[in-house]
Design a protein around this ligand. Structure first.
Ligand code: HEC
Length: 510
C-alpha cells in the first residue's frame, strides 16, 4: 500500500534537520504527521487519510491518541462519519516522550480542536503501562478502553417495533399493532433481545447522516429484510432463508440527515440481520446493525480492479452467479461482463464498479466474489449455441454436436474475442464498449468456415423478457438490440439464427 512507500521518506526527514526541542509542536507535526494527516489536519492526498482536525479521536482523554502514536493503528476506524481501513505505522521508537507530548498538544489546540495540553509525564506513564505491546491498536480495542466523548450513534432517534407472529413474508406493518416499542440509544439495529423465540417481525426507524455522494448500502438477513431510505426501497431480501444472501445497492444522497427504516421477519431457525453503508471514497463499512454481516466483513484488503481509459481489465477467477469457468471483463464507461467459457455466453452484465480482487488475490480464492457494481443482470445460464433443426425448444438437451470453447484473444485495448466451434463451423464472438451519451457494449458475431448447418444462438434465457420485437428486447435494465439478424422467441427464450455474415448485438442500460 502507498503508506508503506511514504513511510521511509517521512522517517528519513528528521535526520537531515537539527534536533528539535519539545516546544516545536507545530514543526514536529509537520515532520512526523503531516505527510499523512495533511498540513491543515484534514488528511493528506485529498482525504485518503483520516483527518485530525475536529476528529473526536484526538479530543478529550489524551491516552487514546498517545497510544495511537506509540504503537500505530490498523483496521477499520470511523472518523467524522467516514470509515478508513488502513494502517498507521507506530511512532513510539522514533519519538521521545516530550516530542509526542508537544505534537499532541499542538494537534489538540489546532484547526478548531480545543482540548487540554498533553505532558511528557502522561506519555511516559502510558508508554510504561503498554511497554509489552508489540502490535498496532485496533479502533475497537481503543474504544473499549477509551470511548469517544460525545460520539453520535450510527442511527439517531432509533426506535424499534416488535411484532409477535408466524411470518413467512414481510408483513404490512401499517396493518399490525406492535407488541413492544423501544428506544434504542445505541443507535444500532439489534433484534437479539427478542430472538429467544422464533416467529416475529421487527421494524426500526430513525435517521442518519451522510455527506454528498453515491454511497453503497448492503443488507443480509435470516429470514427476510428490507432497507428503506427516505421512504424508498433500497435493498430487499424477500424469501425465507439463511444469511449469505447479501444485497448491495448504491444510492446518490445529498449531504444531511436521511430517514432510515429497516423491516425484518424471522420465521424459524437462526437469526441474522446486518445493514451497512460504504460511503463513497471510503473503503470500510459503517454498520447500522449490531450484526456485522459475515459475508461483508472482509478480512482481506480491497483491491478494486478498474479499467483504464484505454484498456479493459480482465479477471479470471470465481465470480458469484457464473459457471466455474467465468471470465470477467471491466470495460471503460463502467460496463462489466462475466463470460462463461462453459456455456459460451455472457452470463452477467453489470454497471459501475467491476470487481474486488482482494479476496482471491490474498486468500487464494475461497468462495465466489460477487460483482462489485450495480444492476447485475443475468442474461443466460444455459449453453448458448445449438443447431437450429435439432429442437431449440429442448435446449440444450437436443444439441447433438456440443459446441466447444476454443479460447480467446485480447486486442490492444484489452477487448476480448472468443472463439466457438460447433461442428465444422467457427464463430468469432467479440466485445467492446462504444463510448457516447449512452455507452453500449457492442458484441459482434462473425462466422468463419463453411456453414453446413444453420446454427442458433440463445441470446437470453430464464429472464423476465420485455418488449420483444424482431430487432430488440429488454431484460431488466438492459436493452438488447440486434442488427443483421432477427430475434425469435421460443418459450421465453430469445433466439437468434446466425448467418453467413456478421451480426451485431448492442447492450445498453436504460
Ligand atoms: C504513514 C502515514 C501516517 C503518519 C506518518 C501518521 N499517521 Fe496517524 N494515521 C494514519 C492512518 C492511515 C490512520 C488510520 C489507521 C486505520 O485505518 O486504522 C491514522 C490514524 C490516526 C489517528 C486516529 C484517527 C483520527 O484521524 O483521528 C490519530 C489520532 C493519528 N493518526 C495521529 C497521528 C499523529 C499525531 C501522527 C504524528 C505523530 C500521525 N498520526 C502520523 C497514518 C499516519
Amino acid at each position: 500500500m502507498y503508506m508503506r512507500r511514504l513511510l521511509p521518506v517521512f522517517l528519513s526527514l528528521p535526520l537531515t534537520f537539527a534536533p528539535l526541542s519539545a516546544q516545536d509542536g507545530g514543526q514536529l507535526y509537520t515532520l512526523y504527521c503531516s505527510a499523512c494527516h495533511g498540513a491543515d489536519g484534514n488528511g493528506a492526498t485529498g482525504g485518503q487519510f483520516p483527518p485530525l482536525a475536529k476528529s473526536p479521536w484526538v479530543q478529550g482523554n489524551a491516552e487514546r491518541s498517545i497510544k495511537i502514536v506509540l504503537h500505530g493503528l490498523h483496521g477499520p476506524v470511523e472518523v467524522k462519519g467516514k470509515t478508513y481501513n488502513l494502517e498507521m505505522p507506530p511512532q513510539g521508537a522514533a519519538l521521545p516522550d516530550d516530542q509526542i507530548a508537544a505534537i499532541l498538544t499542538h494537534v489538540r489546540a489546532s484547526w478548531g480542536n480545543k482540548s487540554t495540553p498533553v505532558s511528557a509525564d502522561q506519555v511516559k506513564a502510558t508508554r510504561g503501562a503498554t511497554a509489552a505491546r508489540k502490535e498496532h491498536w485496533t479502533a475497537e480495542e481503543l474504544l473499549k478502553l477509551h470511548p469517544l466523548e460525545n460520539a453520535k450513534p450510527p442511527v439517531e432517534n432509533l426506535i424499534s417495533y416488535y411484532y409477535k407472529g408466524s411470518f413467512q413474508s414481510m408483513p404490512d406493518f401499517s396493518q399490525l399493532k406492535p407488541d413492544a416499542v423501544e428506544e434504542e440509544p445505541m443507535g444500532l439495529v439489534d433484534y437479539s433481545s427478542y430472538a429467544k423465540t422464533d416467529g416475529f417481525a421487527m421494524m426500526w426507524e430513525g435517521k442518519f447522516y451522510t455527506p454528498d455522494g453515491k454511497h453503497e448500502f448492503c443488507l443480509d438477513s435470516d429470514d427476510g429484510a428490507r432497507l428503506l431510505i427516505d421512504g424508498q426501497l433500497v435493498c430487499e431480501i424477500k424469501a425465507i432463508g439463511p444469511a449469505g444472501r447479501l444485497v448491495k445497492k448504491s444510492v446518490a444522497l445529498k449531504k444531511g440527515m436521511h430517514q432510515f427504516r429497516v423491516e425484518y421477519f424471522e420465521f424459524a431457525g437462526e437469526e441474522a440481520l446486518s445493514v451497512g453503508m460504504k460511503q463513497q471514497g471510503s473503503n470500510g463499512i459503517k454498520w447500522f446493525s449490531k450484526d456485522k454481516g459475515s459475508a461483508q466483513s472482509k478480512t482481506w484488503p480491497e483491491i478494486m480492479l478498474t479499467p483504464s481509459a484505454d484498456r479493459a481489465v480482465m479477471y479470471r477467477n470465481f465470480i458469484q452467479g457464473t459457471s466455474a469457468r467465468g471470465i470477467g471483463f471491466g470495460f471503460s464507461g463502467e460496463i462489466n461482463m462475466a463470460y462463461s467459457a462453459d456455456r459460451l455466453a455472457p452470463e452477467l452484465l453489470w454497471t459501475g464498479k467491476f470487481i474486488d480482487a482482494g479476496h482471491h488475490w490474498t486468500d487464494r480464492g475461497v468462495g465466489d466474489e460477487p460483482p462489485a457494481g450495480d444492476d447485475v443482470t443475468r442474461i443466460s445460464n444455459k449453453l448458448a449455441y445449438a443447431f437450429t433443426e435439432e429442437a431449440v425448444t429442448a435446449w440444450p438437451a437436443g444439441n447433438p454436436v456440443a459446441p466447444s470453447f476454443r479460447g480467446y484473444k485480447l486486442d490492444a485495448k484489452g477487448n476480448p474475442t472468443f472463439l466457438v466451434q460447433i461442428g465444422n463451423q467457427r464463430f468469432f464472438d467479440s466485445y467492446a464498449v462504444v463510448a457516447g451519451a449512452t455507452p453500449a457494449l457492442v458484441r459482434t458475431i462473425t462466422p468463419s468456415g463453411e456453414a453446413t448447418k444453420p446454427v442458433s444462438l440463445l441470446l437470453l434465457s430464464e429472464h423476465d423478457l420485455q418488449a420483444p420485437t424482431a430487432q430488440s428486447f429488454q431484460a431488466g435494465k438492459v436493452k438488447v438490440e440486434v442488427e443483421g439478424g432477427a430475434v425469435r422467441y421460443v418459450t421465453g427464450n430469445a433466439i437468434l439464427d446466425l448467418k453467413n455474415s456478421a451480426i451485431t448485438i448492442r447492450y445498453t442500460w436504460q
